[in-house]
Design a protein around this ligand. Structure first.
Ligand code: T4K
Length: 371
């Protein structure tokens, strides 16, 4: 019997090859291939407009924007953050010599629980680093009121939040800065890529210097910046993908709705609630598996799917606090993070992307049929 095709948790959105080729010819003609080129500038403008944000600076991946954001705001000391994310979130603090202080998440959203923040503040606390996990918006109002009360900066890791809006406003406008990832696995990608979203021109200028070694002109270096400049080839790829992203999100929504319609009735499987007023991007489809009620553990389900060539992902297992770099921190203790630990052991992200066929979706759902 022929083996069924491999279904992965995601699959990259890719531009039409002929159109890409046409635009590459322009780059070849101009012989300008990186360092703030025409297409780089065009993509920054188009993304800012698409995302409804005032200013945006492109980067070569989604990790360097985080690292640079803390440098740009001169953050030191301790930063309050979530353990339930991709490890790059916390690594950005490590690279700045900042101590992460972990607080627990809300079970309903997987995001930092604002009611846990105040107790974690010390005289060394300078900022908060929440993540809009899976593209589910954080409680930005609650976080802002705590930040304002204690004079803390807020930097959002918006790696999953491309195009997510709350009451018509981009969630990327919350906080002092927000970062994005345009990695191949994201809703929108430039192969590798990322960005920082900021509120004013001056901050953009500083961040543009920082991603170019700190150069402000030919002879002046204002700070020890990094090299994280997006090149023209990936900028063109990004311009073309931006034209496809709405339709890709619509396809993702159809898959997510089909999953939701079936899985809401499956004993032992819980879904994350959808809230009114939110424009979701359907970047992930996490489900929670209650092994007693479902009759098998999350890990068993994950393995059985793999045996049938279906590759879900246990995002975010292990928790960041379980990695050796962070494990010994006081705030990394399991007792401090009960919800995060529970979710890390029970969530499975099902395959969700624009090119899943109806048949693919039914293959995934067959694992949840009455047994
Ligand atoms: N903050 C947050 C909250 C993040 O989630 C991330 C990254 C970052 C910051 C940092 O952003 P970047 O520096 O990465 O831009 C993936 C991604 O590598 C990573 O970008 C992402 N988050 C994380 C959640 O997931 P892996 O190890 O799961 O990726 P990988 O290579 O196993 O890919 C997953 C599946 O996607 C594959 O099984 C198949 C499919 N795939 C992947 C690639 C690369 C393709 O079909 N084609 C491809 O080219 O980390």
């Amino acid at each position: 019997m022929q083996e069924e095709t491999r279904l992965t948790v995601t699959s990259p959105l890719m531009p039409d090859l002929d159109e890409f080729h046409e635009m590459l010819q322009e780059i070849w003609k101009s012989r300008w291939i990186t360092n703030n080129g025409t297409f780089h500038r065009q993509l920054e403008k188009e993304l800012a407009s698409y995302l409804k944000v005032p200013y945006l600076s492109l980067f070569t991946n989604g990790t360097l924007p985080l690292i640079t954001a803390f440098q740009a705001l001169r953050i030191t000391g301790e930063v309050i953050t979530t353990p339930y994310s991709f490890v790059a979130t916390t690594h950005s603090l490590w690279w700045n010599g900042i101590k992460p202080v972990f607080v627990d998440i809300e079970e309903s959203s997987c995001n930092m629980d604002p009611s846990m923040i105040e107790a974690a503040i010390t005289p060394k606390t300078t900022a908060i680093l929440p993540v809009h996990c899976y593209g589910f918006p954080c409680d930005v109002d609650a976080i802002k009121s705590i930040a304002d009360k204690y004079g803390l900066k807020v930097i959002y890791d918006g790696a999953h939040a491309f195009g997510v809006e709350k009451n018509g406003d981009s969630v990327l406008n919350a906080g002092d800065l927000s970062t994005l990832s345009f990695h191949a696995t994201k809703v929108y990608n430039t192969i590798e890529g990322g960005a920082i979203v900021m509120h004013d021109k001056e901050t953009k200028k500083r961040i543009d210097y920082l991603k170019n070694f700190g150069f402000a002109g030919e002879t002046e270096v204002v700070a020890p910046g990094i090299n994280s400049k997006m090149d023209e080839i990936r900028s063109v790829y990004g311009i073309l993908n931006l034209r496809l992203v709405d339709s890709a999100i619509a396809s993702r929504r159809r898959v997510a709705e089909r999953y939701r319609a079936v899985l809401k009735n499956v004993e032992g499987i819980s879904l994350f609630e959808k809230f009114p007023g939110i424009k979701y991007n359907y970047s992930y489809f996490p489900i929670m598996v209650d092994s007693e009620k479902f009759g098998k553990t999350r890990d068993r389900l994950y393995e059985e799917m793999k045996e049938k060539n279906i590759y879900g992902r246990r995002y975010f297992y292990p928790l960041i606090t379980h990695f050796s770099t962070y494990r010994s921190l006081e705030s990394a203790k399991i007792d401090n993070l009960p919800n995060a630990n529970r979710l890390a052991n029970s969530v499975l992200c099902l395959p969700l992307h624009h090119s899943l066929s109806d048949n693919d979706v039914e293959r995934v759902l067959s694992f949840f049929e009455k047994r």
